[in-house]
Design a protein around this ligand. Sequence first.
Ligand code: URA
Length: 241
Amino acid sequence: MIRLQKFIAMSGIASRRAGEQMIRDGRVTVNGQTVTKMGVTVDPAVDKVEVDNRPVRIVAKKEYILLYKPVGYVTTLHDPYGRQTVKELVNDVGTRVFPVGRLDLDTSGLLLMTNDGQLANRLTHPSYGVEKEYVARVHDVPTNETLTLLEKGVKLDDGMTAPAKVRLVRGGQPTSTLALIIKEGRNRQVRRMLEAVNHPVVSLKRVRVGSLTLTGVPSGTWRRLRTAEVKGLMREVGMEY
Ligand code: URA
């Protein structure tokens, strides 16, 4: 809970003293009630503060986190079944950050987390075409025809997949390793694509989003993006820094 005049100051619309004057002048409401006395406190997470009938918010510092998600963590902030979540891995960031898209429970790899809703939306929207690269271990050795099929598009129950890039990294028995670059991000897409061509996934890891990779980030840990990396991501999706 913080004092109303501090809340107004933290929102950046006025100094604390000017905020106090706004309160005295009857310009400030909390949850629809005009407040003219000093000393009222508010909870920024739940209370609705307005000045001159316009909502006032504290602007949280924008955080951009690159997490190396291990297998066995759910990509959510709260799991009703009590399983481990990615939130536990980024608790020490100090600000609430949300996952950008989703990696399956049994998928590992690069997961961006941020409180920048606009960037998150654009990164997950297929129309912006940000590349996501996966390394998949699959059963058996896919033929060149199969690789071409995956590249051109395969039919899933929610429609054809957009063109992808696919490379056989290592062919072998009983499993082979593939690198796949896709620009969409449908639910379990890579698993479903590989299932559709009869090479079910044994393990799956996302190794790249845009120009970001996991280099130097041990599994289960995170790092902040550098300013240049944030700018690069924004440029890719047509946003200004
Ligand atoms: N495709 C999948 O099948 N799973 C993921 O977690 C990400 C992409």
